[in-house]
Design a protein around this ligand. Structure first.
Ligand SMILES: C[S@@+](CC[C@H](N)C(=O)[O-])C[C@H]1O[C@@H](n2cnc3c(N)ncnc32)[C@H](O)[C@@H]1O
Length: 684
């Protein structure tokens, strides 16, 4: 039921929340607002010293967050939102701005500065209205306000402080406390809007919407805004309106000194924001390849989505990037336009051809890898096609085609010799990832793609029609539990699967292990840790850490195959089923690429078992591909979902909510620029 008639005004509009904070999501959802979540990429790094008052900093940060999303969406998501909401909460005490603590000592510093005193919580909120015009330009109109709430803390003893810090709750909260949970115990009284302290001033927000939608404040001429500033909470600020329409002289950061106008009807001063760090609000043209977005000028062909670009950067050899067909960003980034006369653009044709031919490129890579072409050319660079053919026991004609195709994909390099056939050697990309003994060898994963994922994809249409996994058609047997029924039924399939996991874990392990500072944990348990490759990366990164790898007996019995020398006795293996058997005790649990394999019901079973094994303060490190909150990417995650059985790919906020329901508080989220993202949660 929607109680608030203003919220109901937004029904049917594309409303976007530029924040992944689970608390803000919950407040707005509970109010009946329907919205998409697209977390902002704006980094909270504005120079605080440039702002006269703390609330100006919070408002400016909220504005920049919302604008970044509003500007990105027409290009990255090919849709223009109607409204983008941004928010930033800060705590101020004794003239200092407190944001989220970076570690326990920082949390201690913050909380002890609040002990026994009254402090202010400010949330800056920005509402960006996006107006698509006939010529496909987008105009942005910005409304910003803030809310202040005063909170008085009790005197906190050292014991109490540390007990609270060790609960893990302070880590993702402005000022180092969460009033809605354990932190409520620290508070003597609150003066003002409680939800503002939680993270979003709902009441003030609704009043602002009322102004915008019921009192005409969203006309581009904003000279009057009846009642705009009559927010009635004792500690609420007067409403600060507004950013004038984008290309008026009063643009944010370009206000030409006319920063305040008197609004007689409201008896208040209205400000156009003119903070030093504000960036201009641009008009953007959606379908014009040459148009600018914000401050960056993007070239059309290589306008990779930031996500995809960053995530793939590790794997793309710069010298060969241009020719590596599958390394390009998603089609969404391209604005397909037609030249006069209807001729398609070269770049568009190139992109669509790459997509059509993608499977040929994959299969050429799989085949060359299986036939050991890269290993051969590493030990004997400079062979011509006939020599390679002889070594790999293949036809000269077929080998020639394969080598040429691999060269065009950036996997091989050739040298022409006078009047003779070209000779081949590995490219940097091949030497790094395609040799069987390279530290970051992806050969195991490539073979898994060839033998397991490929057959599943060949039944994609059935999978889409039926909405179920195609293991039976692809492998001739039914599969209730993909691992026990399909992968571990025969030794060679099992080894191939384990090799695949091993190779990905070796490539991603260090980035996951060092995504956060885990040095305070002494014992970890890697649930579904497979060959232990990830565990070894963790012990390499943390000399004081021991890791127990917990996996099914069929897997653990093969562990020596992968680590014959057992070089590190801080890694041990325990066989068991994480849905049924006791979990080893540890103060950090690792779930790397586990949850995506299971539906929500099974995830709840597993998480409740992990929660039972945890004491307060225990950590849970989750590592997965995190989907964008609007599920618009990255395509690697979305494509993987097509061949998955019963599991699903989720966004960081979705994982956060699942974990929160088992008492885990999300402390940090990290997009690692490697193949996997990471989230650190603490058991409250
Ligand atoms: C996708 S793999 C991930 C492997 C490893 N965590 C990594 O990131 O490389 C999933 C792992 O979960 C293990 N697994 C599946 N079901 C399990 C169960 N019921 N109990 C314990 N481990 C299980 C599998 O054997 C496999 O090693």
């Amino acid at each position: 039921m929607v109680l608030n008639p203003v919220i109901s005004k937004l029904a049917g509009k594309l409303v976007v929340l530029a924040s992944a904070s689970p608390r803000r999501l919950e407040i707005l959802r509970n109010a009946g607002l329907r919205f998409e979540v697209v977390p902002s990429w704006f980094k909270e790094t504005l120079d605080k010293s440039l702002f006269k008052a703390p609330h100006e900093y919070a408002v400016e940060t909220a504005k920049q967050k919302a604008l970044e999303v509003a500007r990105r969406m027409p290009f990255k998501h090919l849709k223009t939102p109607d409204i983008v909401i941004g928010a930033d909460t800060i705590v101020t005490v004794d003239g200092m701005i407190l944001e989220k603590p970076v570690d326990k000592d920082d949390a201690y510093r913050m909380l002890s500065s609040l002990s026994g005193k009254s402090h202010s919580v400010f949330t800056g909120v920005a509402i960006v209205l996006c107006h698509e015009k006939e010529n496909d330009e987008v105009d942005y109109q910005l409304f910003a306000f803030y809310e202040e709430t005063k909170v008085k803390f009790a005197d906190l003893s050292e014991n109490m402080l540390w007990e609270y810090i060790n609960s893990g709750e302070p880590m993702d909260k402005a000022g180092g406390y969460g009033i809605q949970a354990l932190g409520g115990m620290l508070v003597e009284y609150v003066h003002g809007d409680f939800l503002n302290v939680v993270g979003f001033p709902l009441n003030h927000f609704c009043k602002q919407l009322d102004l915008i939608y019921n009192h005409g404040a969203f006309s581009s001429e904003q000279e009057t805004s009846p009642g705009s500033s009559s927010h009635n909470g004792t500690h609420a600020s007067p409403t600060i309106l507004t950013q004038s329409s984008p290309d008026t002289p009063a643009q944010s950061g370009h206000s030409n000194g006319s920063s305040a106008k008197h609004n007689p009807s409201a008896g208040q001063t209205r400000h156009t924001q003119s903070s030093p760090s504000a960036s201009p609000v641009h008009k953007v043209k959606k379908n014009d390849g040459e148009s600018e977005v914000g401050e960056s000028s993007w070239t059309l062909v290589n306008s990779l989505s930031k996500h995809t670009d960053d995530r793939q950067a590790e794997l793309v050899d710069s010298e060969n990037a241009a020719s590596l067909m599958t390394s390009r960003g998603p089609a969404m980034e391209l604005n397909v336009t037609e030249h006069e006369g209807g001729e398609p653009r070269k770049e568009d044709l190139q992109r669509i051809t790459e997509l059509m031919d993608g499977f040929k490129a994959s299969k050429a890579l799989f085949t060359a890898s299986k036939m050991c072409v890269f290993d051969l050319l590493q030990s004997r660079p400079g062979l011509d096609a006939a020599q390679v053919a002889e070594e790999i026991k293949a036809s000269v004609k077929g080998t020639e085609c394969l080598l040429e195709a691999c060269e065009s994909l950036g996997l091989l390099k050739s040298k022409e010799r006078k009047c003779q056939k070209p000779v081949y050697e590995n490219s940097g990309l091949a030497s790094r990832f395609l040799l069987s003994d390279a530290p970051f060898s992806l050969q195991g994963y490539i073979q898994h793609c060839d033998k397991t994922v490929w057959p599943l994809f060949s039944h994609l249409e059935d999978a889409v029609r039926e909405g179920s996994n195609q293991h039976e058609k692809a492998f001739g047997k039914k599969s209730k539990d993909m691992f026990q029924d399909t992968f571990y039924n025969s030794l060679d399939v099992k080894l191939r699967f384990m090799n695949a996991m091993h190779s990905i874990a070796k490539v991603t392990g260090q980035a996951v292990a060092t995504a956060f500072d885990l040095s305070s944990f002494k014992t970890a348990c890697d649930l579904g840790g497979c060959t232990g490759a990830m565990a070894y990366e963790f012990t390499k990164s943390y000399p004081g850490l021991s890791v127990t790898v917990f996996d099914l007996p069929a897997v653990v019995e093969m562990s020596e195959h992968f680590h014959p020398l057992r070089t590190d006795n801080r890694v041990s293996f325990v066989a068991g089923d994480f849905f049924n058997d006791d979990l080893p005790k540890a103060d950090l649990y690792i779930l790397a690429r586990i949850l995506h394999d299971w539906p929500d019901e099974k995830v709840h079973v597993l998480l409740s078992r992990v929660a039972d094994a945890c004491t307060p303060g225990c950590g849970l490190l989750l590592s997965e591909i995190f989907l964008d909150e609007d599920r618009g990417g990255p395509s690697r995650g979305l494509l993987q979902a097509l061949s998955m059985s019963d599991g699903k790919q989720r966004s960081a906020a979705e994982y956060g909510l699942l974990l929160e329901s088992h008492g885990f508080i999300t402390a940090h989220i990290r997009h690692t620029d490697n193949l996997l993202d990471a989230m650190l949660c603490i058991k409250a």
